[in-house]
Design a protein around this ligand. Sequence first.
Ligand SMILES: Nc1ncnc2c1ncn2[C@@H]1O[C@H](COP(=O)(O)OP(=O)(O)OP(=O)(O)O)[C@@H](O)[C@H]1O
Ligand SMILES: [Mg+2]
Length: 301
Amino acid sequence: MANLLSVQQLDKSFGNHRVLHGVSFEVATGHIVALVGPNGAGKSTIMKAILGLIPTDGGRLTINSQPVSITSHQALKQVGALIEYPGIYPFLTGKQHLKLFANKTQRTENIDAIVAALGMGRYIDHKAKSYSLGMKQKLGIAQALVNRPKLVILDEPMNGLDPQAVKDLRDYIRQLADQGTSFLISSHILSELEKLADDVLILNHGKIVQQSSMNDLVTSGGTSYLISTTDDVAAKDHLRRAGIQLAPTEKITLRQQEGQTLNQALNILVSAKIEITDIVKVQHDLEESFLDMVNTKKEDN
Ligand SMILES: Nc1ncnc2c1ncn2[C@@H]1O[C@H](COP(=O)(O)OP(=O)(O)OP(=O)(O)O)[C@@H](O)[C@H]1O
Ligand SMILES: [Mg+2]
């Protein structure tokens, strides 16, 4: 499928602080891509660069094959975004905000559809100064969607939303994606996007440390084996020398991943005459896998 957004070798520093290191990824047409990473990883910086809001130090950004930079904004006509906090005018109503942002041709029908989908009907004609955090957040998301853009960039859109609002938003995003809209959505909580995203990018310290389909991440990344032996130090040494990757834990923790199986590891230990005393299969949830990935990378640095 064609890629709507392409990010190639993106570099960014603020002063001496290097914030993005050669970030590359693609967003395919009609795909929902999760950009996940801890606070300060660089998620908002990537999104601001894609929107031509900040200068970059290297790399290439294209939307629908058209380049984007701080000085070329033509391609951004097809993009809707909410970055960090919504811009809200306290003395306008929610509806007036949406009219302000909407193209003339899109107006009433789209506005009504979005208001209904996000459950904003009860207060859309009230002045925004009376809105709660979650209501403002929904209005910001509605502003990003009102012109039916081809690409939607949402920075932590679930912030402040209650469970019903999260579900409404998820359902609406899925519906738009099924009609061909592409989404790049950030969060610092991987499980928040588990039910929504097609693809996942995990960002840590300005680098992409994992890039896969959500399905692969959920099915393969989540299992490991804890192996106990009579000599764990020697066992780890033999396994590592044979090229088996172990998690940086005190116990022998073998992640189930491509190219290494439990059987291989056990064969190595048996050949080395190390006695295996126990094997436990551990099913991680997505959050644990995410923390593992982020923390392993920290130790590598
Ligand atoms: N305008 C700026 N000037 C200097 N440093 C900045 C600026 N904007 C961001 N940074 C730094 O860049 C790094 C990445 O910030 P960014 O806001 O992209 O992180 P994030 O992943 O969005 O984090 P969060 O989950 O907290 O929103 C941080 O170390 C931050 O301090
Ligand atoms: Mg951010």
